[in-house]
Write a protein that binds this ligand. Structure first.
Ligand code: ATP
Length: 363
C-alpha cells in the first residue's frame, strides 16, 4: 500500500484548469519534490492533499484511507503555506509550539525544530521582529514540529539566500529521514529539487509530465518541456531521415547532424543538447562528423565552469567548459564545436509549436 495516493484529480477555478487529471503515489518516508513553473498547479495540488480545497473530481488516499471528504485537522498532515501564515505578534516559541500545546503533546519537538533552523536563540522574539528569511525558517520549524506524518511544504526555502538555502535543504532532508516523515516539497528551483528529492514530479499546466529519480529526470527528460525546464539547453529544429544505423538531421541554421538512430519516427524533430555535452576546442577535432566552426561571442564565468556562447553558422550555441579548460579562449576566439551523436536528446516537433512547449508552463 502506498502512503499517499492522489488519483486522477481535477480542479478548475472558473475557466482556469489548474489540475487536469493528476495522479501521484508516494511511499512512506519518501521525499518527493514537485517541480514546475509558476501557475503549473503546484500549490493547488498541495492544498487538495492538505484538505484546504476540494477537488472537482478525483480522490486522495492516505495510508489507504480515502480522506477526500475529511477536513484538514483529521488528516494528520502538516502544511507550510507559501505566505507562512504565522502569528506575527506572538513569540517564535509560541508559534512553533502552538500545534503541540493545543493537542497537549510534549514540546521537545518544537525545541528540536527551532534548533534545526538555527533560531532557538531567537525563541523569545516576536515574529514581526524577524527578517523575511527568518520568518520562513520559523514557519518551517512549525511545520516540522507539528508531529504529522505527512509534511507538505510550499516553497519552503525560496526566501533564503543561496548559502542558507543549500545548508537548510540538506538539513531538511536529513531531519525528515531521521523522523521518518513523508514529504512533498513544492519548488520551482530545479537544482533544489534535483539535489534533495528521492523522486521528482514535473508538473506543467496541471498535467504531470514525468515522475522519476533526479538522475532519470535529468538524463532522460520525457519531453522538450522537461528538458528545457531543468536547465538552459540548445534547442535545434530540423528534418530527420534515417540512413542505415544512423539518422541525419538537417538542422535549421546549423547544417547536417549525424545522430544515433533516434527513438522517434517523426521526420520533423527537435534535437536538444545540454551545454555540458557540447565539446569545444581550439584545435581541429579528429571526429569525422558533427564538427562545426564557430566564434565565441561571450564567456560567462560560473565558478566550476564557464558558459560560452558561440556563433555557429546561423545559431548561437551554448557550451560549458570546466574552469581551467578554457585557457586562452576569449571573446572573438575561433573554435570548433562538436556534437557527440550519442548525447543528443531527440523529440518529435511539438504539435502546439516549439514556443508554446518551451515557454508556456502555467495554467
Ligand atoms: P506558483 O509557483 O506561482 O505558486 P503554482 O504552480 O503553485 O504557481 P497554483 O497556485 O496552483 O500554481 O495555480 C494554478 C492556476 O490556478 C494558476 O493559473 C492560478 O492563477 C490559478 N488559481 C489558483 N488559485 C486560484 C483562485 N483561488 N482563483 C482563481 N484562480 C486561481
Amino acid at each position: 500500500m502506498k502512503f499517499l495516493e492522489v488519483r486522477s484529480v481535477f480542479k478548475s477555478y472558473g475557466s482556469i484548469r489548474a489540475l487536469r487529471g493528476v495522479s501521484i503515489s508516494v511511499d512512506k518516508g519518501e521525499y518527493l519534490c514537485i517541480l514546475g513553473p509558476t501557475g503549473a498547479g503546484k500549490t493547488t495540488l498541495l492544498k487538495i492533499i492538505a484538505g484546504l480545497i476540494k477537488p472537482d473530481r478525483g480522490r486522495v488516499l492516505i495510508e489507504g484511507f480515502d480522506v477526500t471528504d475529511l477536513p484538514p485537522e483529521l488528516r494528520s498532515v502538516s502544511y507550510m503555506p507559501q505566505g507562512y501564515a504565522l502569528f506575527l505578534h506572538m513569540s517564535v516559541w509560541d508559534n512553533v509550539s502552538y500545534g503541540l500545546r493545543v493537542r497537549g503533546l510534549p514540546l521537545d519537538r518544537a525545541e528540536e525544530a527551532l534548533k534545526m533552523v538555527g533560531l532557538y536563540h531567537r525563541r523569545f522574539s516576536r515574529v514581526y521582529e524577524l527578517s523575511g528569511g527568518q520568518q520562513q525558517r520559523v514557519a518551517l520549524a512549525r511545520a516540522i514540529a507539528a508531529e504529522a506524518k505527512l509534511l507538505l511544504l510550499d516553497e519552503p526555502l525560496s526566501a533564503l539566500d543561496a548559502l542558507l538555502n543549500l545548508e537548510l535543504r540538506h538539513e531538511l532532508r536529513r531531519l525528515a529521514k531521521s523522523l521518518g516523515l513523508t514529504v512533498l516539497h513544492v519548488t520551482h528551483n530545479t537544482e533544489e529539487a534535483l539535489s534533495i528529492a528521492d523522486r521528482v514530479v514535473i508538473l506543467r499546466k496541471g498535467v504531470v509530465q514525468q515522475v522519476g529519480r533526479p538522475s532519470e529526470i535529468y538524463l532522460k527528460p520525457a519531453n522538450i518541456f522537461t528538458a528545457s525546464f531543468l536547465s538552459e539547453v540548445n534547442v535545434l529544429e530540423g528534418l530527420a531521415r534515417v540512413s542505415g544505423e544512423k539518422s541525419v538531421v538537417d538542422v535549421r541554421g546549423l547544417g547536417k547532424l549525424v545522430l544515433e538512430k533516434p527513438s522517434t519516427k517523426a521526420s520533423h524533430v527537435v534535437v536538444i543538447y545540454r551545454p555540458e555535452d557540447v565539446l569545444v576546442s581550439s584545435n581541429t577535432p579528429s571526429y569525422k562528423v558533427n564538427v562545426f566552426k564557430g566564434e565565441v561571442r561571450s564567456i560567462e564565468f560560473l565558478g566550476l565552469f564557464s558558459r560560452l556562447r558561440i556563433q555557429v553558422n546561423g545559431l548561437e550555441i551554448i557550451a560549458d567548459l570546466w574552469s581551467g579548460e578554457d585557457r586562452g579562449l576569449k571573446e572573438d576566439s575561433r573554435v570548433y564545436v562538436y556534437f557527440d551523436p550519442r548525447l543528443a536528446l531527440v523529440y518529435p516537433y511539438p504539435r502546439e509549436g516549439l514556443h508554446v512547449e518551451l515557454y508556456e508552463g502555467g495554467g
